[in-house]
Design a protein around this ligand. Structure first.
Ligand SMILES: [Ca+2]
Length: 133
């Protein structure tokens, strides 16, 4: 079984496009969101499900799989910002395209369908300083 730790997936997510497309297959629980990362999950925050995390940005989620092997694009339903920077912008299109929504450091969207129009729609995400929204 190929297994990648949540932390390894997170580090790769911040690397240049040459490494994009590598996938993680480990199962990850919500508690695996490490300090310094913004974490995104396929299900609402109180449910199990695949996830992906990053420290700086993920410019095109269509190049990534979640920890459960599902494609990461247009499937995210909850986000938590445990980042070291001020906030994270979530965008409906790749490369910071479309109308982004800001998530302040230390906060979560436990159910994107309730509080935003980005449920099952996020295609890129950037920490403040790498894109603005
Ligand atoms: Ca999208």
């Amino acid at each position: 079984m190929t297994r990648r730790s949540w932390g390894r997936v997170a580090v790769l997510a911040a690397l240049p496009l040459t490494l994009m497309g590598m996938t993680g297959t480990a199962h990850a629980a919500q508690g695996d969101c490490g300090s310094g990362y913004t974490c995104m999950w396929e299900q609402n925050y109180d449910q199990e499900g695949g996830g992906i995390s990053f420290q700086r940005y993920i410019p095109d989620l269509s190049l990534w799989d979640l920890t459960n092997g599902h494609g990461a694009n247009d499937t995210i339903s909850s986000v938590k910002n445990r980042g070291s920077y001020e906030g994270t912008c979530l965008f409906p299109d790749a490369y910071a395209g479309g109308y982004g929504i800001h998530l302040a450091r230390g906060y979560s969207f436990s159910n994107l369908a309730v509080s935003t129009n980005l449920n099952d729609a996020i295609s890129s995400a950037y920490v403040d300083g790498f894109a603005s929204c």
